[in-house]
Design a protein around this ligand. Structure first.
Ligand SMILES: [Zn+2]
Length: 316
């Protein structure tokens, strides 16, 4: 008999709620506008109504638990702690609020950790004991799995390799420091690299030049690169170069058997992956030669965040 869990992905704008079967299939989904809520208890109460609907509509008799991927979600405390992109300020005891409505285990973590766990339970990392997940989006997140367990660290904040400094005194980062990896290899960073290159190469008259700089996105740069735009290709070569260094450093840190990549910029495919692998090979300490695969996440795009959150219910 199949068992079921609930995965909840809390984003700044939307909250997605999914019913996930133990074989990794998302059976049904609902969503709520996160940014319309200012009272966390009303927000959680509305989510719980959606969960009850999902359970009723799909004739599921019981769920094993609820996994929640939230900005600044703390695995140890079950709280959201001072998230910068949510209306809920300060420390919100999410797990306790859910327990007021539903009597099942509730596990909270951040979205990069959830992505790593999703890969482990439902994706390409099944059966692996040591791997690192990098999520490239508006920022760069990472989740580190060692001996089959997520690394949470002393405070629950381990695995923020997006804020490891890649270039001292480099680009300013939202964390208040300069030169963090995410300012170079996130979607935002790729956009910035493209704008900088266009300024440095005034002769460039390709497709990206025709886009209003305010409207330029990393997806546009990725699409242009796939169609052979020389500047866009250079942007991805540079991004891959930077990312390869970060991945080589991650290997020296935790000795994984694979590194998984996920997120919008990864969809650019080989234009990003080829320079990333080359830079990775160049910068990897020789003792790890041939021991690590760089792979793309095998979770289905549309349900990856929900599957990751649901997988947290299996976290050890
Ligand atoms: Zn930073």
């Amino acid at each position: 008999m199949n068992t079921y869990s609930i995965g909840i992905d809390i984003g700044g704008t939307n909250t997605d709620i999914g019913l996930v079967r133990d074989d990794g299939r998302c059976m049904a989904k609902k969503n709520l506008p996160t940014n319309k809520y200012y009272d966390a208890s009303v927000y959680v109460s509305d989510i719980c109504d959606k969960i009850k609907d999902l359970i009723g509509e799909n004739e599921v008799t019981a769920i094993d638990g609820i996994g929640i991927a939230a900005p600044a979600g703390n695995f140890y405390t079950g709280c959201i702690e001072n998230a910068t992109n949510l209306n809920f300020k300060g420390v919100i005891d999410l797990a306790a609020l859910f327990h007021d409505h539903l009597n099942v285990p509730v596990v909270v973590s951040n979205d990069a950790n959830a992505a790593a766990y999703g890969e482990l339970v439902y994706g390409g990392a099944k059966g692996m004991k040591h791997f690192v997940m990098f999520t490239l989006g508006t920022g760069v997140g990472s989740g580190i799995v060692v001996d089959g367990k997520l690394v949470h660290g002393k405070t629950g904040g381990a695995g923020e390799l997006g804020h490891a400094i890649l270039i001292p005194e480099g680009r300013p980062c939202g964390c208040g420091r300069k030169g963090c990896l995410e300012t170079y290899t996130s979607a935002t960073g790729i956009r910035r690299t493209a704008l900088e290159m266009m300024e440095a190469i005034p002769d460039y008259d390709g497709t990206l030049r025709k886009v209003d700089p305010k409207e330029l996105t990393s997806k546009m740069v990725g699409d242009a690169a796939k169609y052979g735009d020389p500047l866009a290709i250079k942007v991805f070569e540079k991004t891959g170069y930077w990312l390869g260094i970060a991945l080589a450093n991650a290997v020296a840190f935790s000795g994984p058997e694979a590194i998984f990549l996920m997120g919008g910029p990864v969809k650019a495919g080989e234009v990003l992956l080829k320079p990333t692998r080359e830079s990775f090979k160049k910068h990897l300490c020789f003792v790890y030669d041939g021991s690590v695969d760089i792979r793309v996440s095998e979770l289905p795009d549309n349900d990856a965040a929900i599957l990751g959150a649901a997988a947290l219910t299996k976290a050890k």
